[in-house]
Write a protein that binds this ligand. Structure first.
Ligand SMILES: [Zn+2]
Length: 278
């Protein structure tokens, strides 16, 4: 069944664990992610990112998400990840995403607040929750373009926009790291967690290192975004010598499922979140 992420993330914040957020880009990935959640009996956050539009457009992603999500045996949050176009985000809200991210983090804070505020109003009257981002989680293409989230800015932003959760930048990046695991700013995370009462999300979880992620969760992160590791797990299988395409697809699904289960364990979801399912 499709649900909102509100109760899930609040529960995680209260008890000190996190939910993995898995991006999906085709039917194999979404089925692997749901299979992992069903095997553990845990809710799952499934996300389609606007940047994946060339591979799978919003309508196809919604069709897949609603179909597999509503027949899943566990609660499923259907999330629109990194929506940069407010019109597309509104379209997503109207057509079945139960959670959206409005990402105006490349704008200055005033403009980010205005754009996010507008989406929050639109989403809340329609029962949809909103994540936004301040600071900037960059990619690994250019080494130095991630900026740490400022505490004062996070407080002001969450108050003025009434956003439901906030993606913060503490040193992770999207994609694969070129020089080993990243160094995260845990002090900043602790300050942010203390100052801001809404759940905090960490983007660029892939290949950040299990120790780093566990520490981040212990210090206040309640959602960790995972994409690249799943895509790489599938790619790794594709390089093996399978005899048929279906054999390869099944192996890829199994590999992605295993990795998803691993992240539930790293984030403590499997130990702490049973109560909310009852
Ligand atoms: Zn992201």
């Amino acid at each position: 069944m499709l649900v909102s992420s509100n109760t899930l993330l609040k529960d995680a914040r209260d008890k000190g664990y996190a939910f993995p957020h898995f991006n999906y880009w085709d039917s194999n990935s979404i089925r692997a992610e749901i299979a992992a959640a069903e095997e553990l009996g845990l809710p799952v956050i499934l996300a389609w990112a606007e940047k994946h539009s060339p591979e799978i457009g919003i309508d196809d992603a919604l069709a897949l998400g609603k179909y597999f999500g509503s027949k899943a045996k566990v609660p499923v949050v259907l999330h629109l990840d990194h929506g940069t176009d407010p019109e597309l985000v509104k379209y997503g809200i109207d057509n079945g995403f139960t959670s959206v991210m409005m990402d105006a983090s490349d704008k200055d804070i005033e403009e980010n607040i205005e754009i996010t505020k507008d989406i929050v109003k639109y989403a809340h009257t329609r029962g949809v929750v909103v994540e936004a981002e301040i600071g900037h989680v960059g990619t690994n293409e250019t080494e130095d373009n991630s900026m740490y989230t400022e505490v004062d800015a996070a407080v002001r932003f969450s108050k003025e926009t009434q956003v439901d959760s906030l993606a913060v930048s503490i040193g992770t990046s999207h994609g694969v790291y070129k020089q080993g695991t990243p160094k995260l700013n845990f002090e900043r995370l602790v300050e942010l967690r203390k100052a801001v009462s809404i759940p905090l999300a960490l983007h660029g979880g892939s290949s950040s290192g299990d120790d780093n992620l566990e520490k981040a969760v212990n210090r206040g992160i309640t959602k960790v975004n995972i994409y690249t590791d799943l895509a790489n797990a599938a790619l790794f299988e594709a390089k093996k010598d399978y005899h048929t395409e279906t054999e390869m697809a099944l192996a890829q699904r199994e590999a992605m499922k295993k990795l998803a289960i691993h992240y539930y364990e790293v984030f403590g979801t499997d130990s702490y979140c049973y109560q909310i399912l009852k």
